[in-house]
Write a protein that binds this ligand. Structure first.
Ligand SMILES: [Zn+2]
Length: 236
């Protein structure tokens, strides 16, 4: 059995596992972890029992842009950083050795071993994360000034699920994926997190504060919920 419900299936033995674990893993598909002495012939039955959960989780993950096909995503020809209003055309040059990326106006040149796309993708992802930092900081500063709400620090990370968060100390963490989103959705996220510096909850009082600064917040929050569709597979 190498597939279940159209998802690639891996069965892994883990001597420390005490029971069977079924997981959906981004980029890999379905993974079943079993204790060392477990009879793997029983796996299909377990998966059948969990079929409804698997389908539900799969839909939820795919809707937020997670790839479960287990295939490596194609290398992008165009990269569109919507939040920064920038678009790059990407050219590739097959060359052995370390991957090198050079930026020249709206063109990117990536030199490296094309038969090792994992390394190429990693370099593109790092480039994206640093561009995200560059683009998100001025947007956050502008929003902070507009609202008159201060934050302590900004962090940009590659996160799987959340777009952002705000700590009790006023540190705002932003997902690098925001760079692919339209700027109005990014601004809504920044407003959302900055309002948490006043109200660290989602109470009625909190939403009233949000509404005061953005009357159209419900539509924009909904847009964020489905924002995964703007994130290309190679960065998911
Ligand atoms: Zn929140």
């Amino acid at each position: 059995m190498t597939e279940f419900c159209g998802l690639p299936l891996t069965i892994r033995k883990n001597p420390r596992a005490r029971r069977v674990l079924v997981k959906l893993i981004p980029g890999r598909g379905l993974e079943v972890v079993v204790p060392r002495r477990f009879d793997t012939d029983l796996v299909p039955e377990i998966l059948n029992e969990k079929r409804a959960w698997i389908e539900r989780t799969r839909i939820r993950m795919e809707e937020s842009g997670v790839d479960l096909s287990g295939r490596l995503p194609d290398l992008p020809e165009i990269i569109s950083f919507r939040a920064a209003g920038r678009e790059y055309q990407v050219d590739y040059l097959d060359r052995p050795g370390r991957v090198k990326l050079t930026e020249n106006a709206s063109r990117l040149m990536v030199c490296g071993p094309m038969d090792e796309p994992v390394f190429i993708l990693e370099v593109l992802r790092k480039f994206t994360a640093s561009k995200a930092r560059e683009a998100l900081l001025p947007l956050l500063d502008a929003m902070s000034r507009r609202l008159g709400m201060d934050y302590t620090a900004m962090r940009v990370r590659r996160q799987k699920t959340r777009w952002g968060s705000c700590s009790a100390r006023g540190t705002i963490s932003l997902n690098a994926k925001l760079l692919f989103l339209p700027v109005e959705l990014v601004n809504q996220l920044l407003l959302h997190e900055l309002c948490h510096t006043r109200q660290l909850n989602h109470s009625a009082k909190y939403w009233a504060l949000v509404a005061r600064h953005e009357p159209d917040f419900a539509r924009l929050e909904d847009g964020l919920k489905h924002g995964g569709r703007f994130v290309p597979p190679w960065f998911s």
